[in-house]
Design a protein around this ligand. Structure first.
Ligand SMILES: [Mn+2]
Length: 328
């Protein structure tokens, strides 16, 4: 439910901030909060059950360390913000283990003065909408050691839905507003009618989420599901306008490994407002982490992706090496 509010978050700030009513369907971190709380913004998407690859990325970045038995957030890495932009499951053999590791790491990050934000992808929503149709690989991942779901007995989809795994997925938000950038799995906002229409789209998502309904998120053109929208110049210019009307100037997406025609790489578009994260971990690629220094991207009340044609963020490989973003 959207509560009526007389004082939207950020309304009293001098810098332009996207102000949405608080909702479990999204996370909001203002530019000021980002600058005050964090040194580095990290992002990854489409891990798709590739737990070992995710662990290598997190260890390579120094964000996580191996503890006694499992991976843990590095207690000495404070002031780090990591966004995981959906599709944790389906692909590799550790779907359940990947989600439950991220839940653990969220607690560890908070204890270290960092924050891990995990967003829904279409694969999570498809499972939540139809747990009875869960595939064999997802069910089998619940019996692997990394899942730590207790007795290694066979679970059906409904039991998996009722388990710690299903409970965790049901807490995940759809989107993150970080400074003036929107992070969302597919990223398209299918709304007409200017800022009011776009706000109404998010309000519909919040209302559906509050009722536990997956329907709007499963639509072909939803913010979690719309494949290949970025191929259309018309869709892109519409999206850029919609974001601008809300005070946003950047969009970070996953979902399409070939987005911005940059398969296997984290990439940025030529105009410097759209970044894609999916590097193809689903089909076995090692993966990359987006790394942005907050002091490089924060300017006044806004975040900037590129300046004079040069991208401000880098892509980190599992060995810790940093690379220029691919350009579309
Ligand atoms: Mn996807």
């Amino acid at each position: 439910m959207i509560a009526a509010t007389v004082c939207l978050p950020g309304a009293a700030r001098s810098s332009p901030q996207p102000a949405f009513p608080p909702s479990a369907a999204w996370v909001q971190i203002s530019t000021d909060e980002l600058r005050e709380g964090y040194d580095t913004l990290w992002a990854v998407s489409d891990v798709h059950g590739r737990l070992e690859q995710l662990e290598r990325l997190l260890v390579g970045s120094g964000l996580a360390v191996y503890g006694a038995s499992t991976l843990a957030w590095n207690p000495s890495r404070g002031r780090q913000l990591l966004i995981v932009a959906g599709d944790l499951i389906d692909g590799g053999r550790d779907s359940v283990g990947t989600a439950l590791l991220l839940e653990d790491l969220q607690r560890g990050a908070a204890a270290a003065g960092s924050r891990l934000v995990v967003l829904l992808g279409n694969h999570e929503v498809e499972f939540l909408a139809r747990p009875g149709s869960a595939g064999g690989a997802l069910l089998a991942s619940a019996r692997r050691p990394a899942a730590r779901l207790g007795p290694a007995e066979e679970m059906n989809g409904e039991q998996l839905y009722a388990s710690a795994f299903g409970r965790y997925l049901r807490t995940l938000p759809v989107a993150a507003f970080v400074g003036t950038w929107l992070f969302a799995h597919a990223g398209y906002v299918d709304a007409e009618g200017g800022a009011a229409g776009t706000r109404a789209y998010f309000a519909r998502i919040a209302e559906a989420a509050a009722r536990g309904e997956c329907g709007p998120l499963l639509e072909r053109t939803s913010i979690l599901a719309y494949h290949d929208w970025w191929k259309s110049g018309r869709n892109r210019s519409r999206m850029r306008k919609r974001l601008r009307r809300l005070g946003l100037n950047g969009l970070v997406i996953g979902h399409d490994p070939d987005a911005l025609r940059s398969k296997g790489a984290i990439a940025i578009d030529r105009q410097g407002w759209l970044m894609k994260l999916d590097t193809g971990m689903k089909t076995g690629a090692a993966g990359m982490l987006l790394r942005c220094e907050v002091s490089d991207i924060a300017h006044g009340g806004e975040l900037t992706m590129a300046e004079r044609g040069a991208a401000k963020c880098r892509a980190m490989a599992p060995d810790g090496s940093l690379h220029e973003l691919a350009r579309e």
